[in-house]
Write a protein that binds this ligand. Structure first.
Ligand code: SF4
Length: 220
């Protein structure tokens, strides 16, 4: 077992026992993240939905279908990436049944971020792709000041992360959440991206282009 694999396994064992937020008690499965611990690109989403909660794996529902398709179109083998979320437990809408999806709260994000940072420290990717505004804001540690995420689509910035013992720098790239593309798959309208009108199929194609650019850059 490689050093990275054993570190990630040890981390997973700690996350399994984590009860820092109330949502842990309703989660059917914790969703730690899947993929290659030596990946040069990490993808970070918002949080597990109901499909992910019931399987314990990230992006297995409709958003996962869109994400996998965009990766395929970019020539990326999903198994060679590492995919996780800002939070590792399902933020459910109904606290009685554990059903329904909602955004994680700022408190849940803050509680879970140390686990994400430890994952980043183990993988040490050349780039992290934030899938949507919640992931982006969680990663940068502040709100994007109300800026629509599509105005930042494809932008990248240098980020450093620290777990108190070490500091690690990487490139952070932002795109919209794949679920947004899923909701608008058959939408004949247009949307403003970086101030330009784009059809939804064009946005979907640009999504893969961003993935492709990031992947090639990270593997130079
Ligand atoms: S969301 Fe994260 S911090 Fe909260 S209980 Fe789950 S693993 Fe722990």
């Amino acid at each position: 077992m490689s050093q990275k694999t054993s570190k990630m396994t040890a981390l997973w064992n700690l996350v399994r026992e984590c009860k820092k937020c109330q949502i842990a008690s309703l989660a059917r499965n914790k969703v730690f993240g899947d993929g290659n611990v030596s990946s040069k690109v990490m993808f970070v989403g918002e949080g597990p939905g109901m499909d992910e909660d019931s399987t314990g794996h990230p992006f297995v529902g409709n958003a996962g279908r869109i994400l996998s398709g965009a990766m395929r179109d970019a020539g990326i083998d999903r198994d060679k990436t590492f995919i996780t979320n800002i939070v590792r437990c399902h933020p459910c809408k109904d606290p009685l049944t554990g059903n329904g999806n909602r955004k994680p709260t700022a408190e849940e994000i803050a509680a879970c971020k140390p686990w994400l940072i430890e994952q980043i420290m183990v993988i040490r990717p050349n780039a992290i792709v934030a899938l949507g505004g919640t992931a982006f804001e969680g990663l940068i540690g502040s709100s994007a000041a109300g800026e629509p995420i599509l105005n930042l689509f494809g932008d990248s910035q240098r980020m450093t992360f620290s777990n108190g013992n070490e500091i690690f720098g990487t490139q952070l790239v932002v795109v919209c959440h794949p679920q947004f593309l899923g909701y608008n798959e058959n939408n004949p309208g247009h949307i403003r991206v970086h101030g330009y009108e784009m059809s939804y199929p064009e946005l979907r194609a640009e999504y893969s282009e961003v993935f492709k650019r990031v992947w090639l850059w990270a593997h130079q």
